[in-house]
Write a protein that binds this ligand. Structure first.
Ligand SMILES: NC(=O)c1ccc[n+]([C@@H]2O[C@H](COP(=O)([O-])OP(=O)(O)OC[C@H]3O[C@@H](n4cnc5c(N)ncnc54)[C@H](OP(=O)(O)O)[C@@H]3O)[C@@H](O)[C@H]2O)c1
Length: 256
């Protein structure tokens, strides 16, 4: 499905995978406000269409949408090649899709653990492999990937989710090292607690929680200039430094 809107040539071309995520939507709105050209990939056609309509009203200069199922990794190469060819490359790509599995269910069932790992790690590596090759050949642009501080150190409460995010963070570290030679930046985005549908079941409130709009401001700033891991909100960088450094005897007794 493709829908064109007032074409321009100077506005940045932005590809967003998992575009209907609350965080990705907030990012897309900021790019639409800048008059960017947006290519949106997501699973649910109605939500995708509603998002596209919203972004046109907010100023997107041009817009297209494509159906994306993260679990269908066999389809990723052709899908991304189609998007790339249609837009003749991108200046920015953001990979945002993900699931928050039930840790207890994953402890009880390897199938549940692997199902979430497939979405959070394997499918991300799948799309990043295609994007990396395309951006490397283009020799410009930035790839943002939403990982999580949960990947910084495995903790009892969420280590299945954390293990997948650790794989993504490490993959992105290698990708950044590789693509540096080509002038392509790789931003690993590490949001702390964000009030989105993914965290609907968690108790909310308190200073550690952020709204998607706050996180999106940090992400867009990072995509503009940065190359490396980006903790958002900023204080997670220091919280996770402490969590990573906590000596094992203390860590094992903690309720983190
Ligand atoms: N919220 C937080 O506290 C937090 C913290 C750290 C990192 N993150 C990460 O931030 C990213 C965005 O999450 P969010 O907080 O914005 O949550 P969200 O609004 O629930 O977004 C998750 C998105 O992933 C999509 N998705 C899940 N499985 C998919 C599949 N098989 N194929 C295609 N799309 C699929 C969902 O699409 P459907 O609507 O079709 O299900 C949804 O659009 C995720 O990678 C998440 O792990 C979130």
């Amino acid at each position: 499905m493709t829908t064109a809107h007032r074409p321009t040539t100077s506005a940045p071309r932005v590809l967003i995978i998992g575009a209907t995520s609350a965080i990705a939507t907030a990012v897309a709105r900021r790019y639409a406000g800048r008059g960017a050209r947006l290519c949106l990939l997501a699973r649910q056609p109605l939500a995708l269409q509603a998002l596209a309509d919203d972004l046109r009203v907010r100023g997107a200069a041009e817009l297209s949408t494509l159906h994306f199922d993260a679990s269908d990794t066999a389809a990723h190469p052709a899908l991304l090649a189609q998007a790339w060819a249609q837009w003749q490359g991108f200046d920015v790509a953001l990979v945002a899709h993900g699931v928050l599995p039930d840790q207890a269910a994953c402890q009880a069932s390897a199938a549940a653990a692997l199902a979430s790992f497939d979405i959070n790690a394997r499918s991300v590596i799948s799309v990043l492999t295609e994007l990396a090759n395309a951006f490397e050949a283009q020799r410009s642009g930035v790839i943002g990937v939403i990982s999580s501080p949960a990947g910084d150190r495995g903790r009892a409460s969420n280590y299945v989710y954390g293990a997948a995010k650790a794989a993504v963070t490490n993959f992105c570290s290698g990708l950044r090292h590789r693509l540096y030679q080509s002038g392509v930046r790789v931003l690993t985005i590490l949001p702390g607690f964000v009030d989105t549908p993914m965290t609907a079941a968690l108790p909310k409130g308190g200073p550690l929680w952020a709204q998607p709009e706050q996180v999106a401001d940090d992400i867009v700033r990072g995509l503009d200039h940065a190359n490396g891991p980006l903790y958002t909100r900023w204080f997670w960088r220091w919280i996770m430094l402490i969590v990573r450094q906590l000596p094992q005897p203390l860590f094992l007794r903690s309720k983190l």
